[in-house]
Design a protein around this ligand. Structure first.
Ligand code: SAH
Ligand code: SF4
Ligand code: F3S
Length: 440
C-alpha cells in the first residue's frame, strides 16, 4: 500500500487543511507513513507569516533531496501560504528541481486531481491560482482529523484587513463566509461522531457574514445557534479582531454554558501610534475598554493575545506602552513575535526598520514579564474549580485533562476514567508549568 507524509507549518487553518489533504489521500487508498523515508507522496503545507517560518521550511524541503535520489518515484508537493506568493512556484522549482507539484493556499481541495494529472504527465505541475478572489469551498471533502476529541471547523476563509505587517490577505485572498447551514451540518456530524471541543476558524471570525453570503446570519447568531445544539460539548473560536468583537458576541458568550470561557484577542501593540501604523483600526483605550466589558460579563475568563515587537519606527517609549498594557490586562498567555519584513506588504517599505538586536532585547524582556504574569495567574488558580476535558492517559500512568484555555492539568485519581469526558477539577497545585487537580 502506498504511503504519504505531510509536513504542516503555521496556524490552525493549516493544521485543518492538512486534515483535508490526508482525507483526499486516504480516499485514494494511501496510508500515513510513520517516517518520511517510507512515503511515496510527501507534502509540505507551508506558512510564510514570518521569515523564520520560511527559512525552516526551505531547510526541510532541502532535506528531501537525498530521499528522492534513492526513491525516484517519490512525489514531492509544496502547497499553502508560502507557495501562494507571487512567483514562488517557479522560484521553488528552480531551487529544488525535485519538486513535482506546487499549489496554493486556496485550492487544497483539488489535490486529488493534481495528483492524477501529475501521474499521467510526469511533468512539473504549477497549480497556484493567482486570483485573490479565488477560494474553493470544502463541500464534499473527507477529512482525517488529527484528534478524536478536538475538531476545527472553517467558518470563513481569507482576510480583508490588510494589517500593514501581514502577508495573510495577499496569500489567502478576500474574506468569504461559508454557508451557515453547511457549518451547522458539519458541527452536528462531528458531535454525533463524539467530538467534544469544536473550534470555529477564521482569520477574523467577527466579520463572518459581512460579505453577504450567509442569509443575514452574523457571527453572534452563528455562535448562539451552535451553542444550543444538543450534546455535551464546548465551543471555541479564533481569531477575534478587537475592532470587530461586538457586544452581541460578548453577550452570547456569557449566556451560553457551552461556549468556553477563554478568548484570544490579539492586541499587537500598546501604542496608539504603532496601532495606527499597523492599520489595526482600534486604539489602546478601545481595546482596554473591550477587555473590561468582557471581564464584566465573564469574570473568570482566561485571555490570550498576540504581540509584535519592533514594528518599524517603534520607539522605546512605544514599546514601554506595550509592556504597560500586558501588565494591565494580565493575559494567561501571550504569543510574542519580532516584527518580520514581508514582501509586498505596506510595512516592508516603511523607514526606520528596527535593528535585530533591539528587537531581540524587546522580545526577551517582554517574554520574561509575560512569563511572570502567567505564573502568577496559574498559581492563583489553586483552590478554584475548572471545567476540563480528560483527553489523554490511562489508569497506570495517570490522566491529563485540559482546562478551557488549553492548560494541562495533571489529574490525581486512582479510578479508571473514560477519555473524552468533561469533569470539574479542583486545582490543588501548580508545578513546573502544569496545574495539578483532583476530580470533584
Ligand atoms: N488573523 C489573526 C492572526 C494571523 S497571524 C489576527 O488577526 O489576529 C498570527 C499572528 O502573527 C498575528 O496576530 C501577529 O501577531 C503575527 N504576525 C503577523 N505578521 C507578522 C509579521 N510580519 N512579523 C511578525 N509577526 C507577525
Ligand atoms: Fe493578518 Fe491582520 Fe488579517 Fe490577522 S487581521 S490575518 S493580522 S491582516
Ligand atoms: Fe501562516 Fe498562512 Fe496561517 S501564512 S499563519 S499558514 S494563514
Amino acid at each position: 500500500m502506498k504511503k504519504y507524509f505531510i509536513y504542516t507549518y503555521g496556524c490552525q487553518m493549516n493544521v485543518h487543511e492538512t486534515e483535508k489533504l490526508a482525507g483526499i489521500l486516504q480516499d485514494r487508498g494511501l496510508q500515513l507513513a510513520s517516517q518520511v523515508e517510507d512515503a511515496d507522496v510527501v507534502i509540505f503545507n507551508t506558512c510564510c507569516i514570518r521569515e523564520s517560518a520560511e527559512q525552516k521550511i526551505l531547510g526541510n524541503i532541502g532535506a528531501i533531496k537525498p530521499i528522492k535520489k534513492k526513491k525516484k518515484d517519490l512525489i514531492v508537493a509544496v502547497c499553502g501560504c508560502m507557495a501562494q506568493q507571487k512567483d514562488m512556484a517557479g522560484n521553488l522549482r528552480k531551487k529544488f528541481p525535485f519538486i513535482d507539484i506546487v499549489f496554493g493556499a486556496n485550492n487544497i481541495e483539488f489535490f486529488g486531481d493534481y495528483l492524477d494529472t501529475y501521474l499521467n504527465q510526469k511533468k512539473f505541475l504549477n497549480k497556484v491560482i493567482e486570483d485573490e478572489q479565488y477560494i474553493e469551498n470544502e463541500q464534499g471533502i473527507s477529512m482525517v482529523r488529527d484528534n478524536p476529541f478536538y475538531a476545527y471547523v472553517n467558518i470563513m476563509y481569507g482576510c480583508n484587513n490588510f494589517c500593514t505587517y501581514c502577508i495573510v490577505p495577499y496569500v489567502r485572498g478576500r474574506e468569504k463566509s461559508r454557508n451557515p447551514e453547511e457549518i451547522y451540518k458539519e458541527v452536528k456530524t462531528l458531535l454525533e461522531m463524539g467530538y467534544k471541543v469544536i473550534t470555529l476558524l477564521g482569520q477574523n471570525v467577527n466579520s463572518y457574514g459581512l460579505d453577504g453570503n450567509t442569509n443575514g446570519v452574523n457571527f453572534a447568531k452563528l455562535l448562539d445557534t451552535i451553542a444550543n445544539f444538543d450534546g455535551d460539548f464546548e465551543l471555541r473560536f479564533m481569531t477575534s479582531h478587537p475592532k470587530d468583537i461586538s457586544d452581541e458576541v460578548i453577550e452570547v458568550m456569557a449566556k451560553n454554558e457551552k461556549i468556553s470561557k477563554t478568548l484570544h484577542l490579539p492586541v499587537q501593540s500598546g501604542s496608539n501610534r504603532v496601532l495606527k501604523a499597523m492599520n489595526r483600526n482600534y486604539t489602546r483605550e478601545h481595546y482596554l475598554n473591550t477587555i473590561e466589558k468582557i471581564r464584566k460579563a465573564m469574570p473568570n475568563i482566561t485571555l490570550s493575545t498576540d504581540i509584535i515587537v519592533g514594528f518599524p519606527g517603534e520607539t522605546d517609549e512605544e514599546y514601554q506602552e506595550t509592556v504597560d498594557l500586558i501588565k494591565t490586562v494580565r493575559y494567561h498567555n501571550a504569543f510574542i513575535f519580532m516584527y518580520s519584513k514581508r514582501k509586498g506588504t505596506i510595512a516592508e517599505k516603511m523607514d526606520n526598520q528596527i535593528p535585530i538586536n533591539i528587537k531581540r532585547e524587546r522580545i526577551h524582556n517582554l517574554l520574561k514579564i509575560q512569563h511572570e504574569i502567567s505564573e502568577e495567574l496559574f498559581h492563583e488558580m489553586i483552590g478554584t474549580t475548572q471545567r476540563a476535558l480528560i483527553d489523554f492517559g490511562n489508569k497506570n500512568e495517570g490522566y491529563i485533562a485540559k482546562a478551557q484555555c488549553g492548560k494541562v492539568i495533571k489529574l490525581i485519581t486512582d479510578k479508571q476514567i473514560k477519555l473524552g469526558s468533561f469533569v470539574n477539577v479542583e486545582i490543588i497545585d501548580y508545578k513546573k508549568g502544569n496545574l495539578i487537580g483532583r476530580i470533584k
